[in-house]
Design a protein around this ligand. Structure first.
Ligand SMILES: [Zn+2]
Length: 477
């Protein structure tokens, strides 16, 4: 179910009707506290247990659970690691297990949490108890994975339409994003601007403040107290606009957010969906703008921006090669290049790596990022319905034509530009391959024969290479 369409209601309401408590597994303390607060407001006897509580408070929470005196019991998946806890639960009367943000279970979910794998043990320990898993951002593949990991055979899959009519999607290529925001921001209402780096958060805030817009920053680099203060200012409408990195948002439940701006391309469709889902929760119209420029869609820029996570890279190498000498070679390469920190720009080491035969491993680590990027490029460059694209991405089916995305709104006046070589070249690069079927899918508004003829032209001109079902750029050198 998309964000803001009533996932919490799916367990809050039953908890009032059932005889015994529901266990709710939640990934974040802040989310737990918010859900607990919301449930209590509606007369639900909700209890939380988390590591920030004093021992006596934790004991009291357990007492309420064991003595059947609560309706909802919120906890983190880490608590299931205690066998004593699971044993005690066996003695209690429990009406069901709820798994919130269930995509965390899946290795295909964008914020995979290994402790979520333990939930299977809990389910096995309480075999006759019903299980409800909820998520806003799972593809069909992720859902299948969740069911496998939970080990529940007869799970019924219910998917809600991804489209929220009141969320108007607008994707714009603009050279001056700051000016666009000034021209389009509603100074009377609440908005969120998502920016990809902490530095940009600060710069944009300063700019907006100079333009008399009360904007406050939110990112992981701020002290906890400052983050909480800024969030409170925004919640109470003392600040119209919060400029934030993706650190902001999980569990944010504010009714009157009228505008979401993406100051650049989000790394994944899942993240984009989560972030726009925070607008228009009162059901009134809200506008979601994704702004990008030429630099944002450049693949070489993308590579420069994307740093290697050395920890993961080395771990990948170790898995592939048990050979200690090869690992040592790599570490010495790191030293040779004078890499001080754990992160390094991909482009700086790519050549070194390729002649050492390590490129396939490197690619296997970087490829998912690149794949997400090409999907995002597909999303912003699609000329058909944006919601249809999202629906196909998540559910593998087409939605009906909407009236709430920019493409549908200008459907009648729109003239489809002929497919050019640049369209294809934009998608492929020297170091990344893309599946032919993906290219055809991304340009689904064009005839397959037209796409193939542009590809074959590029191939004739030796601008691209075609290997099996994949295409890639030929090396200009
Ligand atoms: Zn549409």
């Amino acid at each position: 179910m998309p964000t803001g369409t009533g996932k919490s209601l799916c367990y809050q309401l039953p908890s009032l009707l059932l005889d015994h408590p529901l266990i709710v597994i939640c990934p974040l303390i802040s989310l737990m506290l918010d859900q607990c607060y919301q449930a209590r407001k509606h007369g639900v006897r909700a209890v939380t247990i988390h590591s920030g509580m004093r021992i006596a408070e934790q004991e009291e929470a357990y007492r309420l659970l064991y003595s059947d005196q609560c309706d909802l019991f919120f906890m983190s998946p880490e608590r299931i690691q205690s066998e004593v806890f699971i044993d005690t639960l066996r003695q209690c009367q429990i009406s069901g297990i709820v798994i919130d943000e269930a995509h965390c279970i899946s290795q295909w979910g964008y914020d995979f949490r290994p402790s979520y794998l333990q939930i299977k043990n809990l389910i096995e320990a309480l075999p006759s108890i019903p299980v409800l898993a909820l998520t806003a951002t799972a593809t069909v593949g992720t859902c299948e994975d969740i069911m496998t990991v939970l080990g529940v055979q007869d799970m019924q899959l219910i998917r809600k339409d991804r489209r929220r009519d009141n969320l108007h999607l607008n994707i714009q290529r603009v050279d001056d994003k700051n000016q666009f925001i000034i021209d389009h921001i509603d100074r009377e209402s609440s908005s969120i601007i998502y920016v990809r780096s902490r530095k940009h958060v600060e710069l944009l805030c300063q700019y907006l403040n100079r333009k008399k817009i009360i904007a406050i920053p939110y990112h992981a680099g701020l002290h906890k107290g400052e983050r909480e203060k800024n969030q409170a200012l925004w919640f109470s409408d003392h600040a119209q606009c919060i400029v934030a990195t993706n650190a902001f948002g999980m569990g944010v439940n504010k009714n009157n957010v009228r505008q979401i701006f993406h100051y650049g391309i989000p790394p994944t469709i899942e993240e984009y969906m989560q972030e726009i889902g925070r607008a228009g929760r009162d059901g009134e119209v809200a506008h979601c703008y994704l702004l990008y420029n030429q630099k944002d869609i450049s693949i070489s820029r993308f590579k420069e921006r994307n740093m290697i996570d050395w920890g993961r890279f080395i771990a990948g190498i170790s898995k592939k090669y048990q050979d200690v000498r090869k690992q040592e070679k790599l570490l010495s390469l790191k030293e040779k290049l004078g890499i001080k920190t754990d992160d390094i720009k991909k482009s700086e080491v790519l050549n070194q790596i390729s002649f050492r035969g390590l490129k396939p491993i490197f690619d296997s680590i970087q490829q998912p990022k690149m794949q997400n990027f090409t999907t995002m490029i597909g999303f912003i460059s699609t000329v058909t319905c944006r919601y249809e694209f999202l629906s196909q991405y998540f559910d593998r089916h087409h939605a009906v034509i909407c009236q709430s995305c920019d493409n549908c709104k200008r459907e009648e006046t729109k003239v489809l530009q002929p497919l050019s070589k640049d369209h294809i070249i934009q998608l492929v690069s020297v170091n990344a391959t893309i599946k032919l079927t993906d290219v055809i899918r991304l340009f689904s508004s064009y005839k397959k024969s037209d796409i193939l003829s542009v590809i074959s032209e590029l191939y004739e001109e030796e601008q691209i290479r075609v290997t099996d079902d994949f295409i890639s750029r030929t090396d200009p050198s």
